[in-house]
Design a protein around this ligand. Structure first.
Ligand SMILES: [Cu+2]
Length: 219
């Protein structure tokens, strides 16, 4: 049994699909993680001395709050898609300043496990890449297949954020901190767990922009 049914949603069949980070940009299915950008805070690090001022590359810190969920029946009202059984991350489009330190806080309400396709080496999408992650305040470097629900993966930036499922009726809080590139650009993010519809799990939300797939804009 590879997954547990979400509340009110039919159980999905998990398919197998071999993935690499480089290949992740293709064949995306858009699943639903609902994300809302709630706060944008620019913080400045003061330079304590004149000498330090010379290198006042005043690092900006951007806080972005996202919400992951599956339909309109639970979680914070007003932020979800309302498509039963479709997971989403909202907002799906995220913009951060070039060179900023970005703190993503994801409130994940989805209580279903979606294991990654099995490979001889395991899957790199279980691994935290491109930044540091905490789950409910505890540092993690890996989220295994007994817990993983979704990922936020930006192949072009080498970023992978595995998201554990929520406890039934509850929420899991993931904080991922990374340094945005100094060069502006626009990149696709997508979930890499087969959490959508159909035999492969790559249909439905996984195949639709705005659910399990969106845009990361730098600059
Ligand atoms: Cu997903």
């Amino acid at each position: 049994m590879r997954g547990q049914p979400r509340d009110g949603a039919p159980e999905r069949t998990q398919g197998t699909r071999r993935l690499t980070l480089a290949a992740a940009t293709s064949g995306l299915a858009t699943m639903a993680l609902v994300v809302s950008v709630l706060g944008v805070v620019a913080a400045n690090s003061a330079s304590p001395s004149a000498a330090a001022t010379a290198k006042s590359s005043a690092q900006r810190v951007l806080h972005v709050n996202l919400i992951g969920k599956i339909d309109a029946t639970s979680g914070r009202p007003g932020t979800f898609t309302g498509r039963p059984g479709w997971p989403a991350l909202a907002p799906s489009d995220i913009r951060v300043p070039a060179g900023a330190t970005v703190v993503l806080t994801i409130k994940e309400y989805d209580d279903m496990v979606t294991p990654l396709p099995t490979t001889m080496m395991g899957s790199m999408f279980n691994r935290v890449l491109g930044g540091v992650e905490t789950v409910d305040g505890r540092p993690v470097t890996w989220v295994g297949d007994t817990r993983i629900a979704h990922t936020i993966t930006v192949p072009a930036l080498g970023i992978n954020v595995p998201l554990p499922k929520a406890p039934h009726g509850g929420v899991t809080t993931v904080v991922f901190t990374f340094d945005a590139p100094t060069t502006p650009g626009s990149y696709t993010w997508q979930c890499e767990t087969p959490c959508g519809a159909g035999l492969t799990g790559w249909g439905g939300a996984m195949a639709t922009y705005g659910w399990m797939r969106g845009r990361f804009t730098i600059g």
